[in-house]
Design a protein around this ligand. Structure first.
Ligand code: SF4
Length: 295
């Protein structure tokens, strides 16, 4: 059994993954040419928590594109980082800034309590539980989704239910689990009614929590799951199909975008692309240097 087949078998999805069109998936590292500017920021790791969150409303993102191929592993050396337009946040700015400043000082436990007590947006009204996040607080990998669904709301944990099982399989295929070297969080911590997308105002009000989680975790790599999370984190409205296969940047942390597991459950033919993205992310992680031994 080839190495790729072993990974697919470990995911329990081997019959459902489509064959790749371009060679072996696990050969991606050889093809990778990450620009030095991005490799450098991988080394930096830390994102300057307090200072950055104090400037939460000035969050900057950029992306390094791999034009033409639409396939992970090919980049133009020295391509300048693109600076997407910033989106204004709604609400009372002074109040929002004061709240963000307070959240930016919190450690894990008080941060979780702050979320549990939060009534900053209308999503608090119908929640059963807040869904703070789960995983290894020393993790080098962070996965970010959109928001809790029904099961997540009931259990208070992100990515449970069918999409959670798929994500667990994806992690297992990479030799990881939500208990080891992975932290999982969402853009919003309360379930939007009928699983609708979070409103921009809701996402903006919840963003200081995610920013603080990222600042505390200081992951070496962020994998964004799905359109909503990608749009919010990267300040773009491009479709996931265009965001894949690129190294984006969030406060100096490399970001890879892939499809949301719930989308993959509805569109199983896309699983091969998601597997490509995960291999791309792993190659990027390996390219960034030896593990800091946080696992
Ligand atoms: S979604 Fe976020 S901002 Fe809104 S009530 Fe829940 S924790 Fe607070």
């Amino acid at each position: 059994m080839s190495r790729r087949e072993q990974f697919l078998d470990a995911m329990g999805l081997m019959p459902e993954w489509l064959p790749r069109q371009h060679g072996a998936v696990l050969e991606v590292p050889e093809a990778l040419q990450v620009p030095e500017s991005t490799a450098g920021v991988v080394e930096r790791a830390a994102i300057g928590a307090e200072a950055n969150v104090a400037a939460a409303r000035d969050t900057r993102t950029a992306s390094v594109t791999a034009p033409g191929t639409g396939h992970p592993g090919s980049f133009d050396e020295g391509m300048p980082l693109q600076q997407p337009a910033r989106r204004p946040h709604g609400g009372d700015h002074a109040q929002s800034n004061a709240r963000a400043l307070e959240i930016a000082t919190l450690d894990w436990e008080p941060l979780a309590r702050h979320v549990a007590d939060c009534q900053a947006c209308q999503l608090c009204e119908r929640r059963t539980n807040t869904v703070f996040g789960v995983g290894d607080q020393q993790a080098e990998w962070m996965f970010i989704g959109e928001g809790p669904g029904e099961q997540e709301d009931l259990q208070g944990e992100p990515f449970v239910g069918q999409s959670g099982k798929l994500l667990d399989n994806m992690l297992r295929a990479l030799g990881m689990s939500r208990q080891r070297n992975v932290y999982i969080a969402n853009i919003v911590k309360c379930r939007p009614p009928r699983n609708r997308d979070p409103e921009p105002e809701e996402a903006a009000l919840c963003e200081p929590y995610l920013q603080r989680q990222i600042a505390l975790l200081r992951p070496r790599l962020i994998v964004v799951l799905g359109k909503v999370a990608a749009h919010r984190l990267l300040r773009t409205d491009a479709p996931v199909s265009r965001l894949r296969g690129q190294v984006h940047d969030y406060e100096g942390i490399p970001v890879v975008v892939t499809y949301h597991p719930s989308y993959l459950l509805r569109s199983p033919n896309e699983k091969a692309k998601a597997w490509d993205d995960l291999c791309f992310a792993r190659a990027l992680h390996e390219r960034s240097g030896p593990s800091a031994g946080r696992a």
